[in-house]
Design a protein around this ligand. Structure first.
Ligand SMILES: [Ca+2]
Ligand SMILES: [Ca+2]
Ligand SMILES: [Ca+2]
Length: 297
């Protein structure tokens, strides 16, 4: 896992045009922060954001504090993956794959290495090359550097772990490296962990009531494997929609009650209405609607 061991495994290389694999997730689901100013001459990792969409396309967005534009020759960005989420398989703390982007204007060199148990090193695996641009890719925009891949490329476990490193070569074996998390620096054991969003939210509307001319609280419970959802609430009389209320993305904590406010019109007839809640998560999954009574007095 050290830079030196890796250098010897780099003998076979191929050059590919930077690109983005698959459909890019729309939003960042989990963010990770690294210190800045500690990278020496290396690219300085500032933040990392990981997101996936409902097809399992995952993006790791690395923001550098001290670089913009394509990395120059001699600089690397490395993403180590504990794809199976098993610390007993792979290098060091369980790292099974290494995705490497080597700056080399005008195009970056991209390589995927697999941990070779017998040789005790990451070994370049050319079998990934044909899927480049379709199932995995790399691109940069300003100070943002994106590794993207479909879940199936690495057969990712629902919760996988990863480490990011940014390197600048000096002379000989003189490297400056910024590790994120800091404790991943060899022989470190720290990793970041990301839980893929693979399930739609589950929402349950809870019977509520309101007074004419006053604000009613429409209650519901919602859970999701990402922990973040947003809801759309429709207030109905029969099948007729009287009003629609939407929330912004927020926590979806099991066991917790949530509500939205709805100003009940003064002119509304007393009696039983219904309200229906649907929930979506940031990967794009949508829940089934759940409806409950809204008693107006
Ligand atoms: Ca840093
Ligand atoms: Ca592993
Ligand atoms: Ca979800």
């Amino acid at each position: 896992m050290s830079r030196l061991a890796l250098a010897f495994a780099c003998l076979v290389a191929f050059v590919l045009i930077p690109g983005v694999a698959g459909s890019a997730p729309a939003r960042s689901q989990t963010s990770y922060t690294d210190r800045t100013g500690e990278a020496g001459r290396a690219p300085d990792i500032q933040t990392i954001a990981v997101a996936n969409d409902r097809e399992g396309a995952t993006a790791i967005d690395i923001r550098l504090a001290n670089r913009t534009g394509p990395l120059p020759a001699g600089e690397y960005l490395l993403v180590y993956l504990d794809a199976d989420g098993n610390s007993a398989s792979g290098a060091g703390s369980g790292l099974d794959f290494l995705v490497e982007a080597l700056g080399a204007a005008p195009v970056a060199e991209l390589r995927i290495y697999r941990w070779d148990l017998a040789r005790r090193e990451f070994t370049f695996d050319p079998s990934f090359a044909p899927a480049y641009g379709r199932d995995w890719g790399y691109s940069s925009s300003g100070s943002l550097y994106r590794f993207s891949f479909k879940r199936a490329v690495f057969n990712l476990a629902p919760t996988f772990r990863f480490v990011v490193a940014a390197e600048s070569t000096g002379t000989g074996t003189n490297f400056d490296t910024d590790w994120a998390p800091d404790g991943a620096a060899p022989p470190g054991t720290e990793t970041f962990s990301y839980r893929l969003d693979t399930q739609p939210p589950v929402v349950r509307a809870v019977a509520s009531s309101g007074k004419r001319g006053k604000t009613a609280k429409l209650s519901y419970r919602v859970t999701d494997d990402s922990g973040v959802t947003q809801e759309k609430i429709r207030i109905l009389r029969g099948s007729r929609v009287l009003a629609t209320v939407s929330t912004t993305p927020g926590p979806a904590t099991p066991g917790k009650s949530y509500f939205v406010n709805w100003k009940v019109p003064k002119s509304l007839k007393k009696g039983a209405l219904r309200f229906c809640v649907t929930s979506t998560d940031e990967a794009g999954f949508a829940s089934k609607a759940s409806c409950a009574t809204l008693k107006i007095t």
